[in-house]
Ligand binder design. Sequence first.
Ligand SMILES: Cc1cc2nc3c(=O)[nH]c(=O)nc-3n(C[C@H](O)[C@H](O)[C@H](O)COP(=O)(O)OP(=O)(O)OC[C@H]3O[C@@H](n4cnc5c(N)ncnc54)[C@H](O)[C@@H]3O)c2cc1C
Length: 358
Amino acid sequence: MSRFHSIAVAKVDHQTRDTIVVSFDVPADLRDTFHFVQGQHLTLRTDIDGHDVRRSYSICSAVQDRDLRIAIKRSPGGVFSNWANDHMKRGMSIAVMPPMGHFNTPLQAEQSRHYLGFAAGSGITPLLSIIKTTLLAEPMSRFTLLYGNRATSSVIFREELADLKDTYLERFKLVYVMSREQQDIELFNGRITAEKCEALFQHWINLDDVDLAFICGPEQMMHAVAATLEKHGMPKEKIKIELFAASIPKHEHHPRPASVLGTGLCEVTVIMDGRSASFAMEKDKESVLDAGLRQGLDLRYACKGGVCATCRCKVVEGEVEMDANHALEDYEIARGFVLSCQSFPVTEKLVVDFDQDT
Ligand SMILES: Cc1cc2nc3c(=O)[nH]c(=O)nc-3n(C[C@H](O)[C@H](O)[C@H](O)COP(=O)(O)OP(=O)(O)OC[C@H]3O[C@@H](n4cnc5c(N)ncnc54)[C@H](O)[C@@H]3O)c2cc1C
């Protein structure tokens, strides 16, 4: 689960001027390990100028495709995305961690639901996987997608989406919202903001008819959409959000007063891949993840910013305090899941399990 595997790149397709779509050739003995659920992501790892760089990329293929594909959009000044766009080629191999993530909902063939998706820019990636998988798995369900872009030339997966529209005329509705290209319907011009959502919910989308919403894009857009959906009565647990780390500022841990955490050492036991290891750490100096890595443990992580949830684990004994959490939902926290990159022990003893998923 937590290991990186060297996987060959089967194809690199230049989707737009600044986005590549990478397909992987998963060997037969790793097919089960790389089986995924729609909306999940992969973590890639490589050495760039002597630095160990890890980044997460959402899978864009449908579960039924039997294909493993991701899309990587250049971030201005970004280390990995530019390296990937410049250097990833067919035939090369790269370290890939098996699929992870909970940006999905269970599907059932007999269900008849209406799903609503909001995507902007590279946020389309997990949505494409979710839409394709859902339309195939639930023949009575419908999907409406609002997809924000600057202009037609920057639309990732334009052709695939057009094909989907043709295939599912009655069940897939696609609305482009363009910020730098004039469209006939004024409502579809501009950005996806709270005001735009208000107008859409008034004139175009009947929220009473929507069962679940998926949102993926820049942080500001996601919060605006989620807040407007909630304002219109959609319960929080029906709004699924996936944040891409590129859009959040680096977080710095501020040590708490000793009265909050207590002072001194915590004896930490980490369970991963069926093995356990113990070490002592100072309570408020570094995160459980950093302390474990410093001890030489090969713990899984990627963004270290509380976004990607690669370092998610379950507290089975003791207690931690988390700094930032942009990834875990309330029900996961209630079950004891934490992000180890953001977790600081509160108790003298702490046991965390990286093997538990539910
Ligand atoms: C669960 C998850 C799924 C994701 N899925 C996708 C996906 O499907 N597709 C996708 O494209 N991305 C995806 N991301 C985002 C991706 O993981 C990376 O964060 C993104 O590609 C940027 O990485 P980078 O190394 O290029 O940028 P970084 O080097 O990490 O930099 C991030 C940002 O910091 C700023 N920055 C960095 N260096 C400089 C500099 N020198 N000057 C000015 N600004 C600078 C830039 O704004 C840059 O965009 C996902 C993230 C998560 C957490």
